[in-house]
Structure formats: structure tokens, C-alpha cells
Unconditional design. Sequence first.
Length: 481
Amino acid sequence: MSSSSRVVSDELMKLQRDYCDKVRNIYNIRGKERPMAYTQTLGCQQNEADTELIRGMLAMMGFGFCDSIAEADVVIINTCAIRDHAEQRVYGNVGELSHAKKENPNLVTVLCGCMAQQSHVAKRVRESYPYVDIVFGTHALQRFPQLLFTCLSTGKRVFDLEGDEKGAIIEGIEPVRKKGRRAWLSIMYGCNNFCSYCVVPYVRGRERSRAPEVIIEEFKSLVAQGYKDITLLGQNVNSYGSDLEGACDFPTLLERINDIPGEFWVRFMTSHPKDATPRLFDVMAKCQKVCDSIHLPVQAGNDRVLADMNRRYTAEKYLSLVAYARSVMPDITMTSDIIVGFPGETNEEFEDTISLLEKVRFDSLFTFIFSPRKGTRAYDMPDVLTKEEKQQNFDRLLEVQNRISKEKNDEYVGRRVRVLVGEEENEKNYNNDYTKQSRTEGFKLVYLRGADGLEGQFVDAVIEKSSTWALFGAVCRDEEK
Ligand code: SAH
Ligand code: SF4
Ligand code: F3S
């Protein structure tokens, strides 16, 4: 266990455990043996992992979980602030709580997460959304039992955005994860990079790494529980351990996880290209259980734009990383994030992004139109392009990438690949023989036929067809155990 004073340890959680008992008592007195909670997650995987911790605390307070607001005693909306669209969605969802509160005046409504960490948001909620009872930011996550107790016992609204930007490392809460084969495991919190467009360092505080021993133990317990596709989470996993006084860096952590007995895949996100090293790729290539797959956000293909974004690498450096990764893992799957219409980006500069796409040929992309975030350096930077021009560039980017994605998927037809069969059916039900969903090591979606009864198992499949978004394959029965 790290000796860092920032660790919110088991011992410090004792106080919160006491509050858990107090909340449980209040509901028992009200005749509710098993109050119900409804949680909604609107952000990234890290946000999802936070919701799992919140559900862990709710379970400690005696809550069960329901699938609709109508059945709930407590509703929790875990928010995201990354783009304006995400924030607008939150205000839309919060609006719906007014109706739910009228139906059930005892309902406790909670807003938390990255957006709630911002003081201007808390102010707006305080003034314009009186039916929101509790607001707390990412820094106050571990105080949730105390906040709920205060609200229930006083009947007053509670706001808690406290916590310094150094932040805390939370240990001692057992997350309540989704059932299935996939699990998230946070290895670090926060971000130090201050990319000029990004709100994350402001709402999540500075980078801090969990102790390797704690991570390894949690990983082992996930394997014991039957999880087989485990994703290590951090805003920049490649700088994992830089605050642990040299105890363990990210490639070493991967090696140690690879040594854990059991049948599983481990993957990670996100990698910042400035900190991705040849050693990382060597370790990925060597470690059998570490997926040959990487999400390596490039954001733009033009060096002036990259510098303005404060990304601290050039397009050439990025291409050389890609070339190295492919030299040691020829089949590595690569995905990336791109921002279109960053302030000051010209059409000529955007062409460099297109040409980078043609050179790298990513398997798929996450694409975003720049959204100004209050408090970030890019917020006030002037635009060169109009909204319409940005949209045109965005559409073109999608067109180019969709073609590349289809071509890359076509290359799989006729090949035999290892997949992990999911529990879900093929919901869309197209190509109706292919009833089961599965994922490859590169996280490609494969709809399978002949996979009944193989849920949760690794099997080999031969790919028979492809589309832009998915592959279609048949299980090789000779491989069946
Ligand atoms: N830490 C990760 C991801 C952070 S957010 C990383 O560095 O890659 C995920 C993606 O959202 C980013 O990679 C970026 O492409 C996008 N993004 C972040 N801020 C944005 C903004 N203000 N406008 C548009 N896209 C943004
Ligand atoms: Fe945001 Fe950059 Fe940090 Fe990613 S690395 S979270 S984009 S500041
Ligand atoms: Fe994630 Fe959104 Fe926060 S992307 S880190 S939930 S701002």
C-alpha cells in the first residue's frame, strides 16, 4: 500500500461507514428495509468507474438498484463536462427530475461528477434547479454517505465541491460492477497535461497513481469473479507511477498483470503519444494477455495546431510511434481521437489530418467538433473557419475514415481470429444467423453464428463477412473445449 498521505484508506473510510449505517437506519425507521437507487452515467469510462464506486457505497447503505426513476428512492446523475453537448444533455435529464419529484416528494435527487465539480454549474443548479437535493464534485466522491445523511436528516439541500486539486486516491470501497465479462479498473486519477481545449485537469485534479499492489490484488479478484476482458483506466496511463518514486512504471505494471494466473485479456486507455515509448510496445508484444490494441489519440495532423493544443508531439513523432508499434506487432489494432475545427485551424491545416489518416489507417476513430470549455486556454482563441466549414471538414473526415474502416475490416474475411463471446444477443438482428456478439483482442465487434452456449468463453472463429462497423463469423467447433 502506498504511504502517500493522499490515499483515502480503509481507516479514513471508517467515518463514511458510520454514515452508511446512519443512512440505513433512517430508511429502516421510515419502513424501508431495502431502499432503491437509480444511477445514470453520462461520461467516459472513468465516469462509469466512479458510478461503480457510488453503487458500492449505496450497497453499503443497504440500497438495491432499479432500472427506472419511478421505482427509486434516490436518483444519481453522474455528469460529464467534456463538450457542450454533454452538458446540455445533463440539463435535459435534470429537468426530468422535476416531474419525478412531484410524483414522489421523498425522492432524493443527486448530481455529481465532472460537470458538478465546476462552481458555475453548481451555482446554476442552486439557483435554477431547486428540485436537485445534493450536488457534489469528483473530489467529494468518497463523502457521498455523509452528504446523503445530512440531506436526509436536515431536509436541506447539500452542496460539496470541496477538495484541493491534488485530489485523493480512494481505497476501501468495493465497486458494484456490471455483470458480464468486461470490467474497468482505475489505475490512476486526474491529469497533468492541460491540453489547451480540455476541461479534465480542472475537474479531476492532478495525476495520482494507485499503488501497484492494490491494483494487482483488485485485478486478481476480478479474474476470480470471472471477468475476462479488463480495461485499465487513466487519462494518461503512460505516466502511471511517475508519482510513486520509481516503484513501478506502466510497462512494468503490465508485465506484473500479465503474470497473474488465469485466462483473460487486459487492455488500457488512454495513452498520450508524448509518453508512449518503444518499451511500452515491446512489453505489449511480449505479454500474451496484453491485447495487441491501442487507443492513441492524435487529435490533429498539423504541427502548428498540435502545438496550439499543447500536445507536445509532432505528426512525424506520432507516425514513428505507429511504425514502431507495427514493427513489433504487425496486427495491432489502432484507434484514435480527432478534434475538427480547433480555433485557428485552416482548411490547409485540416488537410494534414486527412493525410495522417491515410498514412496511419486507423481501424476506427472517435471524432469531435471543437467545443469551447470555460476556463481552458482555447476558450477564447479566435476561429478561422465558419461553423459550416467545420461541419464540411467533419463530414469529409468521417467519409475518409469509413472507407478505411471498411477496407481494414475486409482484410479479416477468411481469417481465423480469437474472440471472447459476450452474453448479449445481436440486438439489431441483422444478418440474422449471426446471433451472438463477441469481441476480438483488438476490440472489433464480431457477430457470431454457432456460438450458443459459449457465452463468456474464448473461442476461435472464421470471419465470413464484414461491414464498416462489424465482422461476421462462424465458431470453429474443433476448438471447442
Ligand atoms: N485523456 C484522454 C481523453 C480525454 S477526453 C486523452 O488525452 O486522450 C476524450 C476526447 O475528447 C479527447 O481525446 C478529445 O479528442 C476530445 N475532447 C476533449 N476536449 C474537447 C473539446 N473541448 N472539444 C472537442 N473535443 C474534445
Ligand atoms: Fe484532456 Fe489532454 Fe488530459 Fe487527455 S491528456 S484528459 S485531452 S488534458
Ligand atoms: Fe470523463 Fe467527461 Fe469527466 S470525458 S473525465 S466524464 S469530463
